[in-house]
Design a protein around this ligand. Structure first.
Ligand SMILES: NC(=O)c1ccc[n+]([C@@H]2O[C@H](COP(=O)([O-])OP(=O)(O)OC[C@H]3O[C@@H](n4cnc5c(N)ncnc54)[C@H](OP(=O)(O)O)[C@@H]3O)[C@@H](O)[C@H]2O)c1
Length: 324
């Protein structure tokens, strides 16, 4: 029987259990996928900890690459032996093999290996919608991107640079600062010892930036608002330090009639057409060489507990992948 990581209760990394699971044959609209590489995302830790409640027991993980072994009735988007990747659908990607709704599967183009596909799909599509749709960044603009050396961060910062932006990134250490600089950041702020808003004001001659991309959440939210110019857009897209605490909306008027959005990838890829267009943009930027993905952290799938400890402990750089 194949094995998978499952949770029966929420809590720390120790609640991740590596156990045998029944998979069965694909039903209507489903494909049986044997995973070759599983992408790790910060959202997996929210599902595990209970920050985002999920019905239990549950599988965990949203992203993987692999090979289609069989398809159920009515499936036309993929065929057996296709190499595929997905970033969404029901949780359960931390598995050797599983049934997946075929509508979320994307064929992996030739020239992109499975590990890269699993490292880039969810994070790359997130970077895509943030910088090309939520706030389409224009050549010459200066923008702030938090957690610049993270999984989403390293992809987004290279892409922003390719769009002709001046990129200010935040990171947690000097070691990560050097990596962020090598991946598109013109200026890096070490958040553990510098005042982010003061540095952004200094770097922009007092003007502030038109957009802040903030995935850190609780620790940075208010400071991020102080980085914006009047009518600027605050994009709060994650909770790595915890959920943003409730606040008085008049703060937005006091700080310059600011705009605020709290987007999620699921909305931006809800239709098959949007999913394919977003994924193609990611594949194209990889093929062009403008965004490069080196996977520095590869763990066995059975070590998911350690993966979560390292991700939450801010010890990872760029994308993290697990292999069955
Ligand atoms: N809304 C969406 O559509 C969407 C989609 C994908 C991801 N996300 C969000 O984007 C963020 C990045 O995801 P990712 O998978 O690429 O993770 P990641 O950026 O590789 O890891 C999170 C990073 O956040 C930083 N961080 C700052 N304060 C932290 C704290 N108190 N605890 C832990 N980390 C802290 C750390 O970088 P430093 O040490 O350099 O500060 C850490 O490496 C997450 O918040 C995730 O939820 C949102």
């Amino acid at each position: 029987m194949p094995k998978a990581v499952r949770i029966t209760e929420t809590g720390g990394p120790e609640v991740l259990r590596w156990e045998e699971v029944e998979v069965g044959a694909p039903g209507a609209g489903q494909a049986l996928v044997r995973h070759t590489a599983v992408g790790v995302n910060f959202i997996d830790t929210y599902h595990r900890s209970g920050l985002y409640p999920v019905p239990l027991p549950s599988g965990i993980g949203s992203e993987a690459a692999g090979v289609v072994e069989a398809v159920g009735p009515g499936v036309t988007v993929v065929r057996p032996s296709d190499r595929v990747v997905y970033a969404g659908g029901p949780r359960g990607a931390y598995a050797e093999s599983r049934l997946v709704p075929a509508e979320v599967l994307l064929p992996i183009p030739a020239g992109i290996d499975d590990r890269t596909a699993a490292a880039v799909m969810l994070k790359g599509m997130t970077a895509q919608y943030l910088i090309r749709r939520t706030y389409p960044v224009k050549t010459g603009e200066t923008v702030l991107f938090h957690a610049a050396a993270g999984g989403v961060g390293l992809i987004a910062c290279q892409w922003l640079k390719a769009l002709g932006a001046t990129v200010i990134g935040t990171v947690g250490s000097d070691e990560k600062a050097a990596i962020a600089r090598a991946h598109g950041c013109d200026h890096v702020i070490v958040s553990t010892r510098e005042d982010i808003a003061a540095r952004v004001k200094e770097l922009t001659g007092g003007a502030g930036v038109p957009v802040v991309y903030d995935s850190v959440g609780k620790d940075t939210f208010l400071n991020s608002l102080d980085c914006l110019r009047p009518l600027g857009l605050m994009v709060s897209f994650g909770n790595s330090s915890g959920k943003v605490t409730p606040f008085d909306l008049t703060i937005l008027s006091q700080k310059g009639s600011l705009f605020l959005t709290r987007p999620t990838l699921a909305t931006y890829t809800a239709t098959r057409a949007d999913l394919e267009a977003t994924a193609n943009d990611v594949f194209n930027v990889l093929r062009s060489g403008a965004v490069k993905v080196e996977v520095r952290h590869v763990y066995p799938l059975a070590d998911a507990q350690q993966v979560h400890r390292d991700l939450e402990g801010r010890r990872t750089v760029g994308s993290v992948v697990m292999t069955p």
